[in-house]
Design a protein around this ligand. Sequence first.
Ligand code: HEC
Ligand code: HEC
Length: 564
Amino acid sequence: MKKTILGIAIILLISALAAIAVLNTSSTPPITELAKNIPAKTDYLSQKVIPDTDLPPQGTRSLFDHIIAQHNGLPYPFEKLIALLKEQSPQNTDPITLLIPHGRSLLKGQADDKHPRIVVAADFEQGNAPAGLGLKTNGLLFLGFVENAHEIEVLSYNEAAGRFEFQLVQNYCEGCVPRIVYARRAICTTCHQGGTPIFSQRPWNETNGQQSTAAAIAAARGNNLAYQSVALQQPLANSERFDQLTDVGNFYHVTQRLWLDGCGLDGNQCRRQMLKLALQYADNAGGFDANSAESQSLKQLQAKNFPKEGIAVPESDLLNRDPIGEKQGVKGWLRSLVTRDIKFGEGAKDNEDLSEFDKLPPLRKEVDPLTIRAPKQVLTAQQIDGVYGLARFFSDADLKSLVQANGNRWTNVVAKVQGLPDEVFAAKPFSRVVVMQALLGQKRDYCCLSTAEMSPPVVSGIPPLTIKKLPQLQPFADYCFACHRGNPAQRLNFMAGDTEEQVLANIQAKKEIRDALDWERYEGTEKASKLMPPRDAIQYQKLKQADEKARQQMRDTVPSLFDF
Ligand code: HEC
Ligand code: HEC
């Protein structure tokens, strides 16, 4: 009798192991396969109007680049970047931040409890000024930082191009020369399948919104002090808000498709109707009737060109995963027999390191972000979600500005849509700024549109400058490149250049360098703040400790005005 029970137990155990082994082997194809950019079979208007190139379309840039360019370059360390976002918010509120020690991102092997991944979501709207529209960031700007990978991943919206940009800040470490580059989109979209942000679902066990995850971080760090200014324990509300903001971001993309593909190339009337309803909805969501005659009219207009197969809302939610819970109980023990943990430092060291990523133990298919996810929903011409999506593009301040500019009556605002020129509704990406300008009847500045003052965008994979022929460049590399090479602000990018000769020529053309390095002359004067490197930078400390000659040599490299 006892023998049979034991026999059954063994059989059960073996079949459980086999089942788990099957689960593990039937995982998603490797990322090296998935990242091969296979051209889409479909041929939508939106694909022509919003290209899928790695670099942003000509004359357009990411929100991140605009913000960095306007604040004189990339702050270091990461907590200063977080602080920069905080300073931009009208109430000086912190962005949403979370710590993820054992996540599912491309750099998961480089994070651990001691140095968890930090994700940041900006979450504010500025007010409008008489001459300009305020910055809007909610659902439009996200960061992911893994300290040990020296890399920040950036996902931010491009207002003029109507798409999210995928960027990396590489070599982000103390005293290093960081590079802000546009990533290979095909890599990012293996997991960010809609070209948009993604996040796990409730109860977000991977995040420090959960007590057990926060406790593991505190234990590994040996204290309760904030990490890079992020508190080790966050309220679960932060995880929830982060999730919401990724969903909001995801729907910006869907809205562009509804605006373009849902209305079609000749769909100006359809787009006009969509905007009219969006403004009604924005003013009074509760009183909005999705079956009114006006709404029906939009459905009819949509029916003309709406893709037969519908418009898919990409699934931006990943199933919750519980890295701590997975190890507990009988199931956890069984799983541990067939899988191994990721050891710290394994896997991709940066975003180009795909084959290393593939060597990591696979995740179960249902929680693997690489697994192709079915759409959240497929929208048809009989649905008017484009209306709700468009309404989100406007800030609260926009609605106030609109009603003020139109005799304080909302019906006037809506009526104005009817009179706008046809070109506002041409088959181009929807732009909040363009539409606001049209509705206000005047040009309003926006922080984040013009690229005239910006240095050219850079793709990833270009090797950093190696100094061989012109050794006089070395001190500039050591003490200046971090801020004056690859700076998105054109005026501060004066050490740019693809070759050593070009870099030298650019440096020599910047006469102000001589003065900026003349510490003796300007220290203690009102020009002291112009001395370089800035006093709060690590490069200043290093140059101070270096041989006096380094600074003199740099000054000598730049001919003075009296050299003739
Ligand atoms: C192997 C899958 C995978 C790949 C490839 C990937 N990501 Fe992510 N990414 C994730 C997951 C999962 C999250 C959410 C949870 C987290 O951050 O751990 C995320 C989150 C982010 C976030 C925070 C905002 C958000 O969407 O939640 C940014 C920014 C980001 N990724 C940028 C990038 C960039 C840029 C690339 C390409 C260079 C990239 N990612 C490639 C899986 C991936
Ligand atoms: C940590 C970042 C950082 C480092 C390192 C740095 N700079 Fe600067 N530099 C700046 C910023 C920011 C400004 C703009 C200051 C302003 O406009 O108020 C600037 C401005 C300048 C200007 C004036 C440019 C103009 O046209 O107004 C010169 C010249 C300059 N830096 C030279 C140097 C040199 C030479 C080095 C290396 C020895 C150096 N900088 C290192 C951040 C840096």
